[in-house]
Each structure stands twice: as structure tokens, then as C-alpha cells.
Write a protein that binds this ligand. Sequence first.
Ligand code: NAD
Length: 258
Amino acid sequence: MHLLEGKTIAVMGVANRRSIAWAVAESVRKLGGKLIFTYRSERAGRELERLCQDAFGEDVPLIVRCDVQDEASLEAAFAEIAQATERVDGLVHSIAHARVEDLQGEFVETPREGFDLALETSAYSLVAVARAVRPLMTQGGSIVTMSYLGAERAVPNYNVMGVAKAALEASVRYLSRDLGPNAIRVNAVSAGPIRTLAAKGVRGFNDVLHAVEERAPLRRNVTAEEVGDVTAFLLSDLARGLTGEVIHVDGGYHIVGI
Ligand code: NAD
């Protein structure tokens, strides 16, 4: 199966091998897509280089620094990508951040700076990135972001990140409207809980994993690979009629009552 043959996909948000973004990259690679990576911290950059050397050998893909909170960094990153490739066909936004102290206790206590930080990094960044990649998607394209059930339900401790994910999902709809005439599709995957670096910051994360195991129709948690495969589908032409959508990859957990 070479569903992504001939497509160049930019993947943003690999911190380490457990990152959902890395699983997405593996799925893209299996389906014949060409990868470009962006990272934020020096540490993530070194980790990404190691991962790529193991996975790609000599043929290491372009790896570019991009801090989505920094307009200059965003601009420089997409200028570098534009230099290196004729066009971009897909972009995966797998980025979120909030202060650990804002991912526990009562949401009502969230201070202004914690709220702003979470919304800027986790939701506005999709808008900024979509604007930056749009001129590079000269033959249309597909943008995919990662969301979570906390956008729709009040999940204990997820708090301000749930509000950020609600803004992210609404942004997916507005961006779809704007970019649809350019044949650029924008969708979100709402992933079930997966043990990653970002998930470590959410208090009571183990309870969430247990709840899914007990109550999801599939009676288990999903893997990053399963999220990666659905993301690859959204990046492919199989999903050419699909935009503005939020697809749940959560073992069906979101559909159950009690
Ligand atoms: P992760 O920690 O591996 O990835 C988060 C990434 O965000 C990191 O690579 C980090 O460098 C990046 N990031 C944070 N601030 C940034 C900035 N200013 N500029 C650029 N990059 C920045 O964790 P993950 O679980 O793979 O998270 C990826 C996405 O999946 C996030 O949007 C997260 O909310 C979402 N998600 C995760 C779960 C889960 O249970 N792990 C479930 C649903 C959705």
C-alpha cells in the first residue's frame, strides 16, 4: 500500500519515541510518504535526529526548529521548508502545552496567564501554522491536529486544556471553511488517553486509562500507532471528501452513556 507515495508531509510535535507525532511519522513512512519534522526544544531536536537515524539510516529527512509561540521562529521554519521542498501536501499539528499546576484541582482557579499560555500554544498555534503552510500547499493538502474528549466533556483535571481543545476543534471548522476553496482539508483526531510526556502532566491520568479499559466498547485503550494510522488516512486521498471533522480514535469511549 503506497497511499502517500509522492506526498510530502510535515510532522510537528515529536518530543520522543512515545510521542503521538512519531507514531504518525511511522504510519506515513509505511505508506510511502516523504517526511519533514519540526521540533521545539534542543533536547527534542537531538532525540529526533537519533530516531531518524535509526529509522531512515543515511536518508535523514529535513528537521527544522519551530517554536509555535514565537512568530519569528515559525516564519523562519516555514521559509526553510519552502527552500527545501517544492510543495507540502500534508501537515500534522501534534502540539499542546499547559502549566502542570493548571492541570489539576479546580478549573475555576485557572489564572489568566495559565489560560493564555494553554490557548496560545495548543489552539492558536494551529491557526498560525495553517496560515504559514497554506502557500506551500500548491496542489491542495490535508492538515490534521490532535484533540481529546476534554473538548466536549468536563474531564477531571484536564481543565484549561479542555477549553484549549474546544477552541482547537472550533478552529478546525473555521480553517476548513477558509482553506476548502484551495482544496486544503482540515481535520482533528480525538485520541483516547495514551501514556506520553504530555499526558504525564495531567493529574490522575491512570484513572482515565482505567475508565476507558472498563467502559469503552473495545474494552481497552488505543495505541499511538492506531492514532497514527487514522491520521495517515486523513492525510491520504482516501479522505478527499472529508474536512472540518473530528474523528474519535478512542475505542468508542466517547459514545457510551454510563
Ligand atoms: P508529547 O509531549 O510527546 O508531544 C507534545 C509536543 O508538543 C512536544 O513535542 C512538544 O515539544 C510540543 N510543543 C509544546 N509546546 C510547543 C511550542 N511552543 N512549539 C512547538 N512545539 C511545542 O505528547 P503527545 O501526547 O504526543 O501530544 C501530542 C498531541 O496529542 C497534543 O496536542 C496532545 O494534547 C494530543 N493528545 C494527547 C493525548 C494523550 O493521551 N497522550 C490524547 C489526546 C490528544
